[in-house]
Design a protein around this ligand. Structure first.
Ligand code: FAD
Ligand code: SF4
Length: 329
Protein backbone atom coordinates (compact mmCIF):
# COMPACT_ATOMS: atom_id res chain seq x y z
CA UNK A 1 0.00 0.00 0.00
CA UNK A 2 1.34 3.43 -0.92
CA UNK A 3 1.63 6.07 1.82
CA UNK A 4 -1.31 8.46 2.04
CA UNK A 5 -2.47 11.42 4.07
CA UNK A 6 -5.49 11.09 6.36
CA UNK A 7 -7.70 13.97 7.43
CA UNK A 8 -11.13 14.40 8.95
CA UNK A 9 -13.79 16.37 7.12
CA UNK A 10 -15.13 18.80 9.74
CA UNK A 11 -18.17 19.75 7.65
CA UNK A 12 -19.64 18.80 4.29
CA UNK A 13 -18.24 22.00 2.88
CA UNK A 14 -14.73 21.38 4.24
CA UNK A 15 -14.73 17.74 3.12
CA UNK A 16 -15.86 18.66 -0.37
CA UNK A 17 -13.26 21.42 -0.57
CA UNK A 18 -10.50 19.09 0.62
CA UNK A 19 -11.25 16.45 -2.01
CA UNK A 20 -11.80 18.97 -4.80
CA UNK A 21 -8.53 20.77 -4.20
CA UNK A 22 -6.40 17.60 -4.51
CA UNK A 23 -6.73 15.44 -7.64
CA UNK A 24 -5.57 12.37 -5.69
CA UNK A 25 -7.96 12.79 -2.74
CA UNK A 26 -11.05 10.65 -2.09
CA UNK A 27 -13.82 10.44 0.52
CA UNK A 28 -13.42 7.71 3.12
CA UNK A 29 -16.64 6.28 4.59
CA UNK A 30 -16.83 2.70 5.94
CA UNK A 31 -13.58 1.89 4.13
CA UNK A 32 -14.64 -1.73 3.56
CA UNK A 33 -13.90 -1.67 -0.15
CA UNK A 34 -11.67 1.38 -0.55
CA UNK A 35 -8.98 0.03 1.79
CA UNK A 36 -9.06 -3.38 0.06
CA UNK A 37 -8.42 -1.73 -3.29
CA UNK A 38 -5.61 0.37 -1.82
CA UNK A 39 -3.94 -2.70 -0.35
CA UNK A 40 -3.72 -4.33 -3.78
CA UNK A 41 -2.65 -1.07 -5.47
CA UNK A 42 -5.71 -0.89 -7.72
CA UNK A 43 -6.38 2.59 -6.38
CA UNK A 44 -3.72 4.80 -4.80
CA UNK A 45 -5.26 7.98 -3.41
CA UNK A 46 -2.75 10.35 -1.81
CA UNK A 47 -5.34 11.74 0.65
CA UNK A 48 -8.30 10.15 2.47
CA UNK A 49 -10.90 12.61 3.70
CA UNK A 50 -12.85 10.88 6.46
CA UNK A 51 -16.54 11.83 6.29
CA UNK A 52 -17.81 9.56 9.06
CA UNK A 53 -18.34 12.40 11.54
CA UNK A 54 -20.54 14.41 9.20
CA UNK A 55 -24.17 14.57 10.37
CA UNK A 56 -25.39 12.27 7.61
CA UNK A 57 -26.26 9.16 9.59
CA UNK A 58 -30.00 9.44 10.16
CA UNK A 59 -33.14 8.17 8.46
CA UNK A 60 -36.00 10.67 8.31
CA UNK A 61 -39.48 10.57 6.87
CA UNK A 62 -41.93 13.21 5.65
CA UNK A 63 -44.77 13.59 3.18
CA UNK A 64 -42.39 13.14 0.24
CA UNK A 65 -40.85 9.88 1.34
CA UNK A 66 -37.88 8.50 3.30
CA UNK A 67 -34.57 10.37 3.40
CA UNK A 68 -31.50 8.27 4.12
CA UNK A 69 -28.24 9.94 5.16
CA UNK A 70 -25.20 8.92 3.10
CA UNK A 71 -23.44 7.63 6.22
CA UNK A 72 -26.30 5.42 7.41
CA UNK A 73 -24.78 1.98 7.92
CA UNK A 74 -26.10 -0.87 5.82
CA UNK A 75 -27.24 -2.76 8.97
CA UNK A 76 -29.01 0.31 10.35
CA UNK A 77 -30.90 0.74 7.08
CA UNK A 78 -31.78 -2.93 6.64
CA UNK A 79 -33.22 -3.25 10.16
CA UNK A 80 -35.03 0.10 10.25
CA UNK A 81 -38.72 -0.51 11.02
CA UNK A 82 -40.00 1.64 8.14
CA UNK A 83 -37.71 -0.03 5.63
CA UNK A 84 -38.58 -3.54 6.79
CA UNK A 85 -42.30 -2.87 6.72
CA UNK A 86 -42.71 -0.57 3.72
CA UNK A 87 -39.71 -1.40 1.51
CA UNK A 88 -38.93 -5.07 2.29
CA UNK A 89 -37.07 -5.47 -1.02
CA UNK A 90 -34.44 -3.01 0.22
CA UNK A 91 -34.04 -4.70 3.58
CA UNK A 92 -33.77 -8.15 1.96
CA UNK A 93 -31.27 -6.94 -0.65
CA UNK A 94 -28.95 -5.41 1.94
CA UNK A 95 -29.12 -8.44 4.23
CA UNK A 96 -28.26 -10.74 1.32
CA UNK A 97 -24.92 -8.96 0.85
CA UNK A 98 -21.50 -9.31 2.45
CA UNK A 99 -21.50 -10.27 6.16
CA UNK A 100 -22.86 -8.85 9.39
CA UNK A 101 -19.49 -7.28 10.24
CA UNK A 102 -19.18 -5.63 6.83
CA UNK A 103 -22.76 -4.38 6.90
CA UNK A 104 -22.09 -2.83 10.31
CA UNK A 105 -19.28 -0.76 8.79
CA UNK A 106 -20.47 -0.13 5.23
CA UNK A 107 -22.39 3.04 4.44
CA UNK A 108 -25.23 3.79 2.06
CA UNK A 109 -23.15 5.98 -0.30
CA UNK A 110 -20.13 3.66 -0.13
CA UNK A 111 -22.31 0.70 -1.08
CA UNK A 112 -23.72 2.52 -4.11
CA UNK A 113 -20.21 3.57 -5.22
CA UNK A 114 -18.49 0.22 -4.71
CA UNK A 115 -16.36 -0.90 -7.66
CA UNK A 116 -16.67 -4.05 -9.74
CA UNK A 117 -15.34 -7.39 -8.48
CA UNK A 118 -13.97 -8.25 -11.96
CA UNK A 119 -10.80 -10.22 -11.08
CA UNK A 120 -8.84 -8.58 -13.91
CA UNK A 121 -9.71 -5.13 -12.57
CA UNK A 122 -8.31 -6.23 -9.22
CA UNK A 123 -5.08 -7.64 -10.71
CA UNK A 124 -2.68 -4.85 -11.61
CA UNK A 125 -0.82 -7.20 -14.00
CA UNK A 126 -3.91 -7.72 -16.19
CA UNK A 127 -5.11 -5.52 -19.06
CA UNK A 128 -8.14 -3.55 -17.91
CA UNK A 129 -9.66 -0.52 -19.63
CA UNK A 130 -11.43 0.48 -16.45
CA UNK A 131 -8.26 0.60 -14.34
CA UNK A 132 -5.94 1.75 -17.13
CA UNK A 133 -7.82 3.30 -20.07
CA UNK A 134 -6.75 1.96 -23.45
CA UNK A 135 -4.92 -1.10 -22.07
CA UNK A 136 -7.54 -3.62 -23.29
CA UNK A 137 -9.84 -6.02 -21.48
CA UNK A 138 -8.51 -9.42 -20.41
CA UNK A 139 -11.99 -10.51 -19.34
CA UNK A 140 -13.47 -10.61 -22.83
CA UNK A 141 -11.29 -13.52 -23.96
CA UNK A 142 -10.47 -14.67 -20.42
CA UNK A 143 -12.45 -16.41 -17.68
CA UNK A 144 -15.67 -14.41 -17.66
CA UNK A 145 -18.09 -16.58 -15.68
CA UNK A 146 -18.97 -13.79 -13.24
CA UNK A 147 -19.26 -11.05 -15.85
CA UNK A 148 -22.23 -9.10 -17.15
CA UNK A 149 -24.56 -10.05 -19.99
CA UNK A 150 -26.50 -6.75 -20.09
CA UNK A 151 -25.11 -3.28 -20.85
CA UNK A 152 -21.71 -4.56 -21.98
CA UNK A 153 -19.44 -3.28 -24.75
CA UNK A 154 -16.28 -4.50 -26.42
CA UNK A 155 -14.38 -2.30 -23.95
CA UNK A 156 -15.76 -3.67 -20.68
CA UNK A 157 -18.08 -6.44 -19.47
CA UNK A 158 -17.66 -5.90 -15.73
CA UNK A 159 -20.62 -6.64 -13.46
CA UNK A 160 -21.83 -3.88 -11.17
CA UNK A 161 -21.98 -5.69 -7.81
CA UNK A 162 -24.28 -3.91 -5.33
CA UNK A 163 -27.37 -5.79 -4.15
CA UNK A 164 -28.70 -2.71 -2.42
CA UNK A 165 -28.65 -0.70 -5.65
CA UNK A 166 -30.87 -3.24 -7.41
CA UNK A 167 -33.54 -2.51 -4.80
CA UNK A 168 -32.91 1.24 -4.88
CA UNK A 169 -33.28 1.46 -8.65
CA UNK A 170 -36.52 -0.51 -8.39
CA UNK A 171 -37.81 2.03 -5.87
CA UNK A 172 -36.93 5.09 -8.02
CA UNK A 173 -34.39 6.24 -5.44
CA UNK A 174 -32.80 9.66 -5.95
CA UNK A 175 -29.26 10.50 -4.86
CA UNK A 176 -28.74 13.99 -3.43
CA UNK A 177 -25.29 15.53 -3.69
CA UNK A 178 -23.28 18.58 -2.77
CA UNK A 179 -21.11 19.74 -5.64
CA UNK A 180 -17.64 21.25 -5.26
CA UNK A 181 -19.05 24.75 -5.94
CA UNK A 182 -21.45 24.37 -2.98
CA UNK A 183 -24.58 23.81 -5.06
CA UNK A 184 -26.67 20.70 -4.64
CA UNK A 185 -28.35 18.42 -7.13
CA UNK A 186 -30.63 15.39 -7.21
CA UNK A 187 -29.79 12.49 -9.50
CA UNK A 188 -32.14 9.53 -10.03
CA UNK A 189 -30.12 6.44 -9.13
CA UNK A 190 -30.89 5.09 -12.58
CA UNK A 191 -28.90 8.00 -14.07
CA UNK A 192 -26.03 8.00 -11.56
CA UNK A 193 -24.04 5.14 -13.07
CA UNK A 194 -22.82 5.21 -16.65
CA UNK A 195 -22.80 2.35 -19.12
CA UNK A 196 -19.18 1.43 -19.93
CA UNK A 197 -19.37 2.55 -23.58
CA UNK A 198 -15.80 3.19 -24.71
CA UNK A 199 -14.87 4.92 -21.42
CA UNK A 200 -15.38 2.27 -18.72
CA UNK A 201 -13.09 4.22 -16.39
CA UNK A 202 -15.95 6.75 -16.01
CA UNK A 203 -18.43 4.96 -13.74
CA UNK A 204 -20.76 7.72 -12.55
CA UNK A 205 -21.85 11.24 -13.45
CA UNK A 206 -20.36 12.57 -10.19
CA UNK A 207 -17.67 15.24 -10.41
CA UNK A 208 -14.41 14.87 -8.52
CA UNK A 209 -15.19 16.07 -4.98
CA UNK A 210 -18.97 15.80 -5.32
CA UNK A 211 -20.31 14.40 -2.05
CA UNK A 212 -23.37 12.19 -1.80
CA UNK A 213 -25.32 13.52 1.18
CA UNK A 214 -28.62 11.58 1.03
CA UNK A 215 -30.59 8.95 -0.80
CA UNK A 216 -34.31 9.73 -1.09
CA UNK A 217 -36.97 7.05 -1.43
CA UNK A 218 -40.29 8.34 -2.76
CA UNK A 219 -43.45 6.90 -1.25
CA UNK A 220 -44.60 3.87 -3.21
CA UNK A 221 -47.60 2.19 -1.63
CA UNK A 222 -47.11 -1.16 -3.32
CA UNK A 223 -43.45 -1.37 -2.26
CA UNK A 224 -44.89 -3.14 0.80
CA UNK A 225 -45.37 -6.04 -1.59
CA UNK A 226 -41.79 -6.39 -2.79
CA UNK A 227 -39.05 -9.00 -2.65
CA UNK A 228 -35.36 -9.61 -3.44
CA UNK A 229 -34.06 -13.00 -4.52
CA UNK A 230 -30.34 -13.63 -4.93
CA UNK A 231 -28.58 -16.62 -6.50
CA UNK A 232 -24.89 -17.11 -5.67
CA UNK A 233 -22.23 -19.78 -5.43
CA UNK A 234 -22.51 -20.10 -1.64
CA UNK A 235 -25.14 -19.12 0.86
CA UNK A 236 -23.44 -16.08 2.40
CA UNK A 237 -20.51 -13.72 2.00
CA UNK A 238 -20.84 -13.93 -1.77
CA UNK A 239 -21.83 -11.64 -4.62
CA UNK A 240 -24.81 -12.39 -6.87
CA UNK A 241 -24.51 -14.47 -9.99
CA UNK A 242 -28.01 -13.25 -10.71
CA UNK A 243 -30.63 -11.56 -8.59
CA UNK A 244 -34.11 -10.14 -9.01
CA UNK A 245 -35.86 -7.27 -7.23
CA UNK A 246 -39.61 -7.17 -7.74
CA UNK A 247 -42.68 -5.27 -6.54
CA UNK A 248 -46.28 -5.88 -7.53
CA UNK A 249 -49.42 -3.77 -7.34
CA UNK A 250 -52.25 -6.34 -7.41
CA UNK A 251 -55.95 -6.09 -8.11
CA UNK A 252 -57.15 -9.53 -7.07
CA UNK A 253 -55.21 -11.89 -9.32
CA UNK A 254 -54.43 -9.22 -11.90
CA UNK A 255 -51.23 -7.18 -11.87
CA UNK A 256 -52.06 -3.47 -11.99
CA UNK A 257 -48.41 -2.39 -12.11
CA UNK A 258 -45.03 -4.05 -11.61
CA UNK A 259 -41.49 -3.02 -10.84
CA UNK A 260 -38.59 -5.23 -11.91
CA UNK A 261 -34.80 -4.86 -11.57
CA UNK A 262 -31.91 -7.30 -11.94
CA UNK A 263 -28.58 -7.63 -10.12
CA UNK A 264 -25.41 -9.59 -10.85
CA UNK A 265 -25.91 -9.60 -14.61
CA UNK A 266 -25.46 -5.99 -15.76
CA UNK A 267 -22.85 -3.26 -15.86
CA UNK A 268 -24.94 -0.86 -13.74
CA UNK A 269 -28.09 -1.01 -11.57
CA UNK A 270 -30.53 -2.53 -14.04
CA UNK A 271 -34.21 -1.65 -14.19
CA UNK A 272 -36.32 -3.71 -16.62
CA UNK A 273 -39.12 -1.53 -18.08
CA UNK A 274 -39.82 -4.13 -20.80
CA UNK A 275 -40.64 -6.76 -18.18
CA UNK A 276 -42.77 -4.26 -16.26
CA UNK A 277 -44.80 -3.53 -19.41
CA UNK A 278 -45.32 -7.24 -20.05
CA UNK A 279 -46.64 -7.79 -16.53
CA UNK A 280 -48.98 -4.78 -16.33
CA UNK A 281 -52.60 -5.83 -16.84
CA UNK A 282 -51.87 -9.58 -16.93
CA UNK A 283 -52.89 -12.24 -14.48
CA UNK A 284 -50.18 -13.28 -12.03
CA UNK A 285 -49.46 -16.67 -13.57
CA UNK A 286 -46.33 -18.62 -14.40
CA UNK A 287 -46.87 -17.81 -18.10
CA UNK A 288 -46.88 -14.08 -17.38
CA UNK A 289 -43.73 -14.37 -15.25
CA UNK A 290 -41.89 -16.33 -17.97
CA UNK A 291 -42.92 -13.76 -20.59
CA UNK A 292 -41.58 -10.97 -18.36
CA UNK A 293 -38.31 -12.85 -17.83
CA UNK A 294 -37.87 -13.34 -21.59
CA UNK A 295 -38.43 -9.61 -22.10
CA UNK A 296 -35.98 -8.67 -19.35
CA UNK A 297 -33.16 -10.72 -20.83
CA UNK A 298 -33.96 -10.16 -24.52
CA UNK A 299 -30.92 -7.90 -25.03
CA UNK A 300 -28.44 -10.13 -23.17
CA UNK A 301 -25.09 -10.86 -24.82
CA UNK A 302 -23.35 -14.01 -23.55
CA UNK A 303 -19.57 -14.54 -23.51
CA UNK A 304 -17.66 -17.80 -23.38
CA UNK A 305 -18.31 -18.72 -19.74
CA UNK A 306 -21.30 -16.65 -18.62
CA UNK A 307 -24.10 -17.75 -20.99
CA UNK A 308 -25.68 -19.67 -18.09
CA UNK A 309 -26.45 -16.35 -16.41
CA UNK A 310 -29.18 -15.58 -18.93
CA UNK A 311 -31.24 -18.62 -17.98
CA UNK A 312 -30.30 -18.20 -14.31
CA UNK A 313 -31.51 -14.58 -14.26
CA UNK A 314 -34.77 -15.59 -15.96
CA UNK A 315 -35.36 -18.30 -13.37
CA UNK A 316 -34.46 -15.94 -10.53
CA UNK A 317 -37.01 -13.43 -11.80
CA UNK A 318 -39.76 -16.03 -12.27
CA UNK A 319 -39.09 -17.39 -8.79
CA UNK A 320 -39.01 -13.96 -7.17
CA UNK A 321 -42.38 -13.11 -8.73
CA UNK A 322 -43.84 -16.51 -7.77
CA UNK A 323 -42.64 -16.21 -4.17
CA UNK A 324 -43.98 -12.69 -3.87
CA UNK A 325 -47.37 -13.67 -5.25
CA UNK A 326 -47.57 -16.67 -2.93
CA UNK A 327 -46.52 -14.57 0.05
CA UNK A 328 -49.20 -11.98 -0.63
CA UNK A 329 -52.01 -14.50 -1.23
C1 FAD B 1 -15.71 -9.73 1.45
C2 FAD B 1 -16.75 -8.78 0.94
C3 FAD B 1 -17.97 -9.28 0.49
C4 FAD B 1 -18.93 -8.40 0.00
N1 FAD B 1 -20.12 -8.91 -0.45
C5 FAD B 1 -21.06 -8.06 -0.98
C6 FAD B 1 -22.29 -8.56 -1.49
O1 FAD B 1 -22.57 -9.75 -1.48
N2 FAD B 1 -23.17 -7.65 -1.99
C7 FAD B 1 -22.91 -6.31 -2.03
O2 FAD B 1 -23.75 -5.54 -2.51
N3 FAD B 1 -21.75 -5.82 -1.54
C8 FAD B 1 -20.83 -6.66 -1.03
N4 FAD B 1 -19.64 -6.16 -0.57
C9 FAD B 1 -19.35 -4.76 -0.76
C10 FAD B 1 -19.78 -3.91 0.40
O3 FAD B 1 -21.18 -3.74 0.33
C11 FAD B 1 -19.05 -2.57 0.22
O4 FAD B 1 -17.69 -2.81 0.56
C12 FAD B 1 -19.60 -1.47 1.10
O5 FAD B 1 -20.97 -1.28 0.90
C13 FAD B 1 -18.87 -0.17 0.80
O6 FAD B 1 -19.27 0.83 1.72
P1 FAD B 1 -18.18 1.66 2.55
O7 FAD B 1 -18.93 2.69 3.32
O8 FAD B 1 -17.27 0.78 3.32
O9 FAD B 1 -17.40 2.36 1.35
P2 FAD B 1 -15.89 2.91 1.24
O10 FAD B 1 -14.97 1.75 1.05
O11 FAD B 1 -15.60 3.84 2.37
O12 FAD B 1 -16.03 3.77 -0.07
C14 FAD B 1 -16.38 3.22 -1.33
C15 FAD B 1 -16.31 4.33 -2.38
O13 FAD B 1 -17.35 5.28 -2.17
C16 FAD B 1 -16.82 6.60 -2.07
N5 FAD B 1 -17.71 7.31 -1.13
C17 FAD B 1 -18.10 6.86 0.09
N6 FAD B 1 -18.98 7.71 0.63
C18 FAD B 1 -19.17 8.73 -0.26
C19 FAD B 1 -19.98 9.89 -0.29
N7 FAD B 1 -20.80 10.19 0.73
N8 FAD B 1 -19.93 10.68 -1.37
C20 FAD B 1 -19.12 10.39 -2.41
N9 FAD B 1 -18.30 9.30 -2.44
C21 FAD B 1 -18.34 8.47 -1.38
C22 FAD B 1 -15.39 6.40 -1.58
O14 FAD B 1 -14.56 7.49 -1.95
C23 FAD B 1 -15.00 5.14 -2.32
O15 FAD B 1 -14.62 5.42 -3.64
C24 FAD B 1 -18.67 -7.01 -0.04
C25 FAD B 1 -17.46 -6.51 0.44
C26 FAD B 1 -16.49 -7.37 0.92
C27 FAD B 1 -15.19 -6.81 1.41
S1 SF4 C 1 -14.39 -6.33 -17.82
FE1 SF4 C 1 -14.00 -4.16 -17.41
S2 SF4 C 1 -13.16 -4.19 -15.36
FE2 SF4 C 1 -12.92 -6.28 -16.16
S3 SF4 C 1 -10.92 -6.37 -17.22
FE3 SF4 C 1 -12.41 -5.77 -18.74
S4 SF4 C 1 -12.31 -3.55 -18.72
FE4 SF4 C 1 -11.44 -4.23 -16.80
Amino acid sequence: MKPFRYMEGESAEAATRAVTSAPGAVFFAGGTTLIDLMKIDVVSPDTLVDIRRLPLASIAEDGEGVHIGANVRNSQLAWHATIRERYPVLSEAILSGASTQLRNMATTAGNILQRTRCPYFRDVHAACNKREPGSGCDAIEGFNRSHAVLGTTEHCIATYPSDMSAALVLLDAVVRTRKPDGTTRSIPLEDLHLLPGDTPERETVLEHGELITHVDLPHLSFARRSHYLKVRDRASYEFALASAAVALDMDGETIRAARVALGGVATKPWRCPEAERVLAGRRATADSFHAAADAALAGAVPRRHNGFKIELAKRALVRALSELTARAA
